[in-house]
Design a protein around this ligand. Structure first.
Ligand code: ZN
Ligand code: ZN
Length: 413
């Protein structure tokens, strides 16, 4: 028995005035989604807890069955894994922006004039020579990821993720000096190593010919790094071991690949899967169908629904939902003909009039050969609330799916 879990990011929504008081899911013509609801059991899911707006990282931990309040290790390690950095236990990873500071050290652009990937990659190369000397046994590893973004890894003994963000998310102020967020010597060591790295990196970047050239061309030099979101690998048992399944993940966005990898999924690379509305969704669905031959649990992530929600574009969200539904139809056919299970849901609600994550529950539908089919015929926030699954928490979902696969051991005798 096999199951595929489809998560559309930020799928949940609220009634939208421009859609006549309907949610985008209610307004969409989404035959595949409605078929899953019709043939399945439906419900709504509080991904973290009722009313708690989830980040995508904590939301996915919960959906994969891990209590994020107990095991969330910060975002940095997920980002690092997602761009292909091999992390070791004890590593502390940060997401970084290349930014621009003026002569007073004040941030004038958090994205260094949206520097190109090609230029940022060259600058990242130059940062390889930074050596940490003020803290013994610590190595700094910097990787470019995309555009103005990169990942910094501090590797060594006795480091901690409890250090503050350097990036203030604001222009017009100096970056915050890294400081220990607890009184531990580990956090002190980490903050000190980070400070040294930033000073040395800043000098290398300021003198780099590529930045001098950018100044000559009237562009912002990428003369500083703005780390945030310190994180480590989560201390958890891999999902493959907990349930005894082979598990594969298909995602475009780095964060989702990172969370999936951190909990034990194998990543399947799909060319053109990029975590945007222009993603190669057809390729991802085809890869998912193939993966069902080799894996028991397949995770398919689609980011576009969240992107258009943050853009406050409900009409586009309707179109994106309709597109996703069309592209999912071959997968629904496959699952139906093989007698597999398919679950579809969101990782949080991103109301497209608000443009930010909110704590409203998300709709959920599970189809499969022997699920308790209910009366719900349409996949949306309101219809699914009347379904047989009622209202569950995000951390319940994986056990519910594994129960269908016969993978949940008996509790008691
Ligand atoms: Zn999300
Ligand atoms: Zn979002």
């Amino acid at each position: 028995m096999k199951v595929i879990l489809v998560v559309c990011d930020g799928l949940g929504d609220r009634p939208v005035r421009a859609l006549g008081g309907l949610t985008p899911l209610q307004a969409a013509r989404a035959d595949a989604l409605d078929r899953i609801a019709s043939e399945g059991e439906c419900g709504i899911m509080d991904v973290i807890a009722p009313g708690q707006p989830p980040g995508s990282d904590t939301a996915h931990l919960a959906i994969f069955g891990y209590d994020p309040f107990a095991c969330y290790p910060g975002r940095g390690a997920f980002e690092a894994l997602g761009v292909g950095v091999e992390l070791q236990p004890g590593d502390v990873a940060f997401r970084c922006n290349f930014g621009t500071v003026n002569e007073d050290g004040v941030v004038i652009d958090r994205r260094a004039g949206r520097i190109s990937s090609e230029e940022a990659r060259q600058l990242a190369e130059a940062l390889k020579e930074v050596r940490i000397e003020s803290v013994s046994g610590v190595q700094a590893i910097f990787h470019h990821s995309s555009e103005h973004r990169g990942v910094l890894v501090l590797r060594g003994e006795r480091l901690s993720r409890h250090v503050s963000d350097v990036d203030t998310h604001k222009a017009g102020v100096r970056p915050a000096a890294p400081r220990a967020l607890d009184n531990s010597p580990e956090a002190e060591r980490t903050a000190k190593a980070l400070q040294e790295f930033l000073e040395k990196a800043g000098r290398i970047l300021a003198e780099h010919p590529l930045n001098r050239d950018r100044i000559r061309r009237g562009l912002m030099p990428a003369n500083t790094l703005l780390p945030r979101g310190a994180g480590t690998l989560p201390r958890i048992e891999p999902i493959t071991k907990i349930w005894g399944v082979r598990a594969a993940a298909i995602a475009g966005g780095g964060l989702y690949k990172g969370v999936a990898k951190a909990v034990g999924f194998e990543l399947i690379h799909v060319p053109g899967a990029n975590g945007t509305v222009n993603t190669n969704l057809r390729g991802k669905v085809e890869a998912a169908i193939r993966a069902l031959d080799d894996y028991d649990l397949v995770f398919l992530h689609v980011k576009a629904t969240d992107n258009v929600s943050h853009d406050k574009n409900p009409a586009k969200k309707v179109k994106v939902i309709e597109w996703i539904s069309r592209e999912l139809m071959p997968l629904v056919e496959k699952v139906s003909s093989e007698g597999y299970y398919l679950a579809i849901t969101g990782d949080h609600t991103t109301p497209s009039e608000v443009g930010e994550h909110r704590g409203d529950p998300v709709p959920l539908a599970i189809m499969g050969p022997d699920v308790r089919r209910d009366d719900v015929r349409k996949f949306d926030e309101i219809s699914c609330a009347r379904g047989a699954l009622c209202r569950i928490r995000g951390t319940d979902l994986m056990r519910i799916l594994m129960n269908y696969l016969g993978r949940v051991p008996l509790f008691g005798e």
